[in-house]
Design a protein around this ligand. Structure first.
Ligand SMILES: [Ca+2]
Ligand SMILES: [Ca+2]
Length: 507
C-alpha cells in the first residue's frame, strides 16, 4: 500500500509547493500533529449511557451526567463533584478543549471549577471538589474572591508535586504559576477553554462566551518549562459553598499532540496493525452502542428530531439543541456584534475624515504662512477685503432697492388713497350737507307747524262767546227731569237691595 502511494504524495507535494513547502521547511517549529482521543473525551448529545455512566469516564460526588452535559454541581450550597478519565493517558503532549457554563442568579457565585491533569484521580477533596496535594496541574476557574482582592472571577494555574496544600484563603495566589482575570459566569454562549501542553509549555486560551465563534480564543496564561507527569488522568471538578452556581460541562475533548518530526505522516501508519484492528473493533463496538442508545433515545423522545445517518454530525454539533432563550441571546449578541462592527467602521471613517481635515488645515495654514512671508502686501487678505466690500455694497444696493420698493408701494398706496378716499369724502360731505339741509328743513317745518298750531291756540285763548242758552228748557221741564232722575235712582237702590238679599239666601 505504501509503495504505490509515495509517488502520488510526491506528485501532490510538487503540485502544491506553497502548502507542502511551508509544511516541510517549518520542521520542528511547525504545529504539532493533533489527534482526537475519544477515550479521554466526552460530548453531547448522547453523553450518558442508560445506566447513568459516561463512557470512559467516572463521576463522583454530586455530578449528574445527562444527555448533553455533565452538571458537576447544581446551584445548591456545599456541593462537590468531579469527573475523571477511567484510564491514564500516556501522551507526552496534549491539548484539551473544554466547554462549560457557570451560571447562577447571584451577582457573585462560588466556588468554581477546575480542570486537572494529575498522576492520580482526585476523586474527592477540598480543592474545587477534588483532592488536595495533587501531582500535576490544576487550572482553576475561581468564582469567589476569598482574599477580597477583587480579582475574581479569575483563572489561575497551580502546579503541585504532590506535597503542596492549596492556599484556598488567598485564592491560590501565592502558588499561582500564571493567571488571568476573566469573568466566565453567566455568559450567553458556553465558555471555551483550550489548554495546550506542548514542548514543556502550558498555554491557556479562553473563548469567553461572548460570540458564537468557537475559534475566538484569547490568550490567558502561559507557563514555560513545566514538567508534568508523563502519565496522568484528565479530570474536571467543581464545588459550591455558601453561594452556589450551576457548573455544567458540555464537552471535554482531548487531543494527543505529537511533534511533527516524531510522527508518521498518517495516523494509519502510526498505529501498529494489531492495535489498529483492536481500535477498529472498539470503534465499531462503540458505534453500535451509540446507535443503540440513539434508537433508545428516539424511542423515549419521539418529539426530538434525529436522522440515523447524521449521528456523528449530531455528535459533533453544538447547536442541535438550542433552546429558545439561547437563540434569543445569540440573536441579541449577533446583533450587538454587527452594531459593534458598524461603529468600528464609522469610527475608522471618522478618523479618516479627521485626518483629511487635519491635512487640509495644515496645508491651508502653511499656504497662508507662505503668502504672509512672501507678500507683505497680504494679497490674500486684500482679495478677502475686496470680496467683503463687494458683498457689503451688494447688500447696501439690495437694502436701497428694498427701501425704494417700499417707498414706491407707499406712494402708490397714498395715490390710490388720495383718489378713492378723497371722492368718498366729497360725497360724504355732500351727503352730510344734504342731511343737514333735510334736518334743517324738517326742523323748519316743525317750527312752522308749531307756529301754525300756536297761532290758532292763541286765537282760541280768547274765551269763545257762549252759545245762546236754549230757550226750550223751562223751569217746569227742569223739575220734571229731576224728579224722574230721583225715581230712577230710588228704583235702582231698591232693586240692588233685593238682589243682595236674594244672594244672601244661598249662604
Ligand atoms: Ca476563591
Ligand atoms: Ca481573589
Amino acid at each position: 500500500m505504501a509503495a504505490p502511494l509515495t509517488p502520488l504524495v510526491l506528485l501532490l507535494a510538487l503540485g502544491r509547493p506553497g502548502l507542502s513547502g511551508a509544511q516541510a521547511t517549518e520542521g520542528a517549529a511547525a504545529a504539532p500533529h493533533r489527534r482526537f482521543e475519544y477515550k479521554y473525551s466526552f460530548k453531547g448529545p448522547h453523553l450518558v449511557q442508560a445506566d447513568g455512566t459516561v463512557p470512559f469516564w467516572v463521576h463522583t460526588g454530586n455530578a449528574i451526567p445527562s444527555a448533553d452535559q455533565i452538571r458537576i454541581t447544581t446551584s445548591l450550597k456545599s456541593q462537590k463533584g468531579s469527573v475523571w478519565t477511567k484510564n491514564k493517558s500516556i501522551f507526552e503532549y496534549w491539548e484539551v478543549e473544554v466547554t462549560f457554563r457557570v451560571t447562577g442568579r447571584g451577582r457573585i457565585g462560588a466556588d468554581g471549577l477546575a480542570i486537572w491533569f494529575t498522576e492520580e484521580q482526585g476523586l474527592e477533596g477540598p480543592v474545587f471538589g477534588a483532592a488536595d496535594k495533587w501531582n500535576g496541574v490544576g487550572i482553576f476557574f475561581d468564582s469567589f474572591d476569598n482574599d477580597g482582592k477583587k480579582n475574581n472571577p479569575g483563572v489561575i494555574v497551580v502546579g503541585n508535586n504532590g506535597k503542596l496544600l492549596y492556599d484556598h484563603q488567598n485564592d491560590g495566589s501565592t502558588q499561582a504559576l500564571a493567571s488571568c482575570q476573566r469573568d466566565f459566569r453567566n455568559k450567553p454562549y458556553p465558555v471555551r477553554v483550550k489548554i495546550t501542553y506542548y514542548q514543556k509549555t502550558l498555554t491557556v486560551l479562553i473563548n469567553n462566551g461572548f460570540t458564537p465563534d468557537k475559534e475566538d480564543y484569547e490568550f490567558c496564561a502561559k507557563v514555560e518549562d513545566m514538567v508534568l507527569p508523563s502519565q496522568g488522568y484528565f479530570g474536571i471538578s467543581a464545588a459550591t459553598g455558601g453561594l452556589a452556581d450551576d457548573h455544567d460541562v458540555l464537552s471535554f475533548l482531548t487531543f494527543q499532540l505529537t511533534e511533527p518530526g516524531k510522527e508518521a505522516p498518517t495516523a494509519d501508519a502510526e498505529i501498529p496493525q494489531k492495535d489498529k484492528e483492536k481500535y477498529q473493533e472498539e470503534f465499531e463496538h462503540f458505534q453500535q452502542e451509540l446507535d443503540k442508545k440513539k434508537e433508545e433515545f428516539q424511542r423515549e423522545h419521539p418529539d426530538v428530531q434525529g436522522q440515523p445517518g447524521k449521528l456523528f454530525e449530531l455528535f459533533f454539533t453544538d447547536d442541535v439543541f438550542e433552546t429558545e432563550s439561547d437563540r434569543e441571546l445569540r440573536q441579541i449578541f449577533e446583533g450587538q456584534n454587527r452594531i459593534h462592527l458598524e461603529i468600528k467602521q464609522l469610527n475608522r471613517q471618522l478618523d479618516m475624515i479627521l485626518d483629511e481635515q487635519r491635512k487640509y488645515v495644515s496645508t491651508v495654514t502653511e499656504e497662508i504662512a507662505k503668502r504672509g512671508a512672501g507678500f507683505p502686501g497680504q494679497h490674500g487678505q486684500v482679495s478677502q477685503q475686496e470680496i467683503e466690500t463687494v458683498v457689503k455694497t451688494q447688500e447696501e444696493v439690495i437694502r436701497q432697492v428694498k427701501e425704494m420698493r417700499s417707498s414706491i408701494t407707499d406712494a402708490l398706496r397714498s395715490i390710490s388713497g388720495a383718489q378713492h378716499p378723497g371722492s368718498a369724502g366729497v360725497y360724504e360731505t355732500t351727503q352730510h350737507f344734504n342731511d343737514i339741509k333735510e334736518h334743517l328743513h324738517i326742523v323748519k317745518r316743525d317750527i312752522e307747524h308749531l307756529v301754525q298750531r300756536n297761532t290758532p291756540s292763541s286765537e282760541k285763548q280768547k274765551c269763545p262767546e257762549l252759545p245762546p242758552f236754549p230757550s226750550c228748557l223751562s223751569t217746569v221741564h227742569f223739575f220734571i227731569f229731576v224728579a224722574v232722575q230721583t225715581v230712577l235712582f230710588i228704583g235702582y237702590v231698591m232693586y240692588r237691595s233685593q238682589q243682595e238679599a236674594a244672594a244672601k239666601k244661598f249662604f
